[in-house]
Ligand binder design. Structure first.
Ligand code: NAD
Length: 706
């Protein structure tokens, strides 16, 4: 777990607890004892805390947050105080990442040295917490109020150079073999000083106007931190650092941390944290399934999605070949990609050299034979089975053996696409979201015959292009769009029953959705949904009111933002209510004998969210998604579901499954034929609600069994 080496009266404590040197109870106990013993050892003049792993430490063991062991003695705040109180100077030598509790331990040391590429951060706010082991008290004293507030409130790490400039570290040494020699020299120099201890308790936060600064900071983040509890607690704690002695500030911080630990927002944050780590574990895919080498990429169809996908891969350093049906479309696509990078240069987000390099890596062709050596080919052409069939037949003829053939289809049956080739095991869905170069979500669609190493490759590639991969099975709409369907259906139906688009959207946005459903439909284009429905008429024919309003808007040419009118009126991107929508809704309601009435916000939320959750239960029952957290990641990363609520399935557990079941049944019984059509509770929802088991507990038990 740790090893101790003595060189020239300097004791090196080397952490060695793979994978991340987590600061769980055992590690804390060992460190506390070691620091105390070395403190009492006359032969030791200085202590260095360093790591044998490629990182310093990932910080607290957050499984302890769940089990309560986080408070077992010595807890992390106590360990930090013990380091601070050691009679010997302690130097943290940071190479690689020092995150959360690890940085707090380093802050309790007298000195910090690091490599230029070391990453140091306090990401607790991302878990709905505050840094509870002295981070809010020591960082402002050491690195200054402005740097500390930005780091704590953003949760983002800083690198060595910045850390040196703000005083967070005292020296930078290049990583590699000489790092340790430099650290040793540094420790020896420090130990020769008359009073080598540099206790935080003796420091104050130096700033001309801490109150004014924090008030302005609070205003600046107000919109972003709406609904969140952790930012205010972080700010209050930093305020305490400016006003109180260290020990009083630490006590206040610890109380704040304990309060936040039990909040639903922190539970949601930790749920997503674990979901992100779990989502790359895919049943049937294991370590023996080595990812295939991907050095070259091709994208077929350079429309909205193809362009975004190409940009994503170019930015990650891949050469990309683009394929179109005409020379004009191809040139236009290449031109658009070039302009994208030029705009990034103009906005100062990209260097001209990189823009030039990315652009020069994009080439085009109309000829499939030029894809003969390509490793990964992603089709993003029109959403038509005929078009996809032709493309995959051509790919089957021209692509080399072992090339991965991917489709970005959002609704078509991947197995049918795969069957058009002689190598369905190499076919996979890579479902990007629009804009593909911005949205983090990537649904990796596993066909019935997709080979495990192809899935492993998709997951490995997702990491390289900085996407969050969630592996899903084949069904209409996969996970995201399938859950969207009932959500959107209810959002539209409510307009027939008497709500307005603004009322529906306001209720959803107050709940925390990034954008209301009608604003979202206007943004995506009313025509997109209408075209998809045209293909599925037979499946939805049993409900004559199904999306009639959306179809009407399509018929009227009200296609959303792009035509300046959809469910709203637009001036630029600003939306305004349109009284005509009420009139159209009333006429349609009358035609379909839908009774109009006042609808309150609670009904809007229940009607939109509970069927969405119910669909999630069906998806889990059918094993289209592996675990509830996968559905949550899809909705948080792809559909603007508030992360502080943990995603729809986590939220379902929070409000209680029996409550959802009860309300599903209520609407089933009170909405007449419509209710009977659409409000049938999923069997798994019924089973768990009746037996009083949460969805999370049900899946935990399932995992333990397997
Ligand atoms: P688009 O109409 O903007 O672009 C399609 C492009 O494909 C056009 O440039 C067209 O010329 C080209 N094309 C058509 N047939 C071709 C062929 N045989 N060979 C080469 N190129 C061909 O469409 P889009 O919105 O980019 O959608 C593309 C795919 O991505 C569809 O399958 C769609 O369902 C899926 N998708 C779209 C979105 C979205 O929000 N637009 C999101 C996720 C997935």
């Amino acid at each position: 777990m740790i090893s101790i080496t003595h060189i020239d009266k300097v004791a090196f404590i080397e952490l060695n607890a793979p994978p991340v040197n987590a600061l769980g109870l055992k590690m804390r106990q060992v460190l506390a004892v070691t620091i105390s013993e070395l403190g009492d050892d006359d032969k030791v003049k200085a202590i260095v805390l360093c790591s044998a792993l490629p990182l310093f430490s990932g910080g607290a063991d957050i499984i302890e947050f769940r089990t309560g062991a986080v408070w077992d003695k010595p807890d992390l705040p106590e360990l930090c105080v013990a380091i601070e109180k050691s009679s010997k100077p302690v130097i943290a030598a940071i190479a690689g990442a020092a995150m959360g509790g690890a940085l707090e331990v380093a802050l309790a040391c007298d000195y910090r040295v690091a490599t230029p590429d070391a990453m140091m951060g306090l990401p607790e706010i991302k878990l709905g917490l505050l840094p509870g082991s002295g981070g809010t008290q020591r960082l402002p004293r050491i690195a200054g109020l402005e740097a500390a507030t930005t780091m704590i409130l953003s949760g983002n790490p800083v690198k060595g150079d910045y850390a040196l400039s703000c005083g967070l570290v005292d020296a930078l040494f290049e990583s590699g073999q000489n790092f340790r020699t430099h650290v040793l020299d540094f420790a020896k120099a420090v130990s020769r000083e008359e009073d080598p201890k540099r206790r935080c308790a003796d420091m104050i936060v130096i700033h001309p106007d801490p109150k004014g600064f924090l008030a302005a900071f609070r205003d600046k983040i107000a919109a972003k931190s709406k609904n969140l509890v952790a930012p205010e607690r972080c700010l209050t704690s930093i305020e305490a650092a400016c006003a109180l002695p260290l020990d009083e500030g630490l006590a206040q911080e610890k109380a704040g941390f304990a309060d936040l630990l039990d909040t639903p927002q922190s539970l949601a944050g930790r749920h997503l944290f674990f979901a992100e780590r779990e989502c790359t574990k895919v049943p049937g895919v294991d370590r023996t399934d080595r990812p295939r080498d991907i050095a070259t990429v091709a994208v077929i169809g350079v429309g909205t999605m193809g362009r975004g996908i190409a940009i994503t891969f170019l930015q990650a350093g891949f050469p990309v070949t683009l394929v179109e049906t005409t020379k004009t479309a191809l040139e236009q696509g290449l031109e658009d990609i070039k302009s994208h990078f030029q705009r990034a240069v103009q906005k100062g987000r990209l260097s001209p050299e990189l823009a030039e390099a990315f652009t020069s890596h994009a080439t085009g062709t109309l000829d499939y034979s030029e894809l003969a050596e390509t490793d990964l080919i992603i089709e993003a052409a029109f959403e038509s089975m005929n078009v996809k069939r032709q493309i995959f037949e051509a790919l089957d003829r021209h692509a080399k053996a072992g090339a991965i053939l991917a489709s970005n289809t959002s609704t078509l049956n991947l197995d049918e696409i795969a069957a058009t080739t002689s190598r369905p095991e190499d076919v996979i869905g890579l479902h990007f979201f629009s804009p593909a170069n911005v949205m983090r979500l990537l649904e990796v669609v596993r066909g019935a015959k997709t080979a495990p190493d192809v899935i492993a490759t998709a997951i490995a590639i997702a990491k390289k292009i900085k996407k969050r991969p969630v592996t899903v099975g084949v069904c209409y709409g996969f996970v995201g769009n399938r859950m969207l369907e009932p959500y959107f259906r209810e959002g539209s139906r409510l307009l027939l029953e008497g709500a307005t688009p603004k009322q529906v959207d306001d209720a959803l946005e107050s709940f925390g959705m990034a954008m209301g459903i009608h604003a979202m439909a206007d943004l995506a284009g009313i025509d997109v949904g209408a075209r998809v429905r045209q293909e599925r008429r037979s499946e939805i024919a049993h409900d004559p009111t199904y999306q009639v309003l959306q179809d009407k808007l399509f018929e009227l040419g009200r296609l959303g933002q792009k035509t300046g009118r959809g469910s709203y009126l637009y001036q630029g991107r600003e939306r305004f209510e349109d009284p005509e929508i009420v009139q159209i809704s009333s006429e349609l309601a009358e035609r379909h004998a839908v009774v109009r009435r006042d609808i309150d916000d609670q009904e809007i939320l229940e009607r939109c969210l509970y069927p969405l959750i119910n669909e999630g239960f069906l998806i889990l029952e059918e094993s289209i998604a592996t675990r509830p957290g996968d559905c949550d990641l899809v909705w948080v990363n792809g559909y603007g579901f508030p992360s502080w609520r943990g995603g729809p399935m986590h939220y379902a557990d929070e409000i209680g499954l029996s409550q959802i079941l009860e309300r599903m049944n209520y609407y089933r019984n009170t909405l007449g034929a419509y209710g009977e059509m659409w409000f049938t509770p999923a069997p798994l929802l019924k089973e768990l609600a009746t037996s009083g088991v949460t969805l999370a507990a049900h899946f935990d038990a399932k995992k333990e069994k397997s």
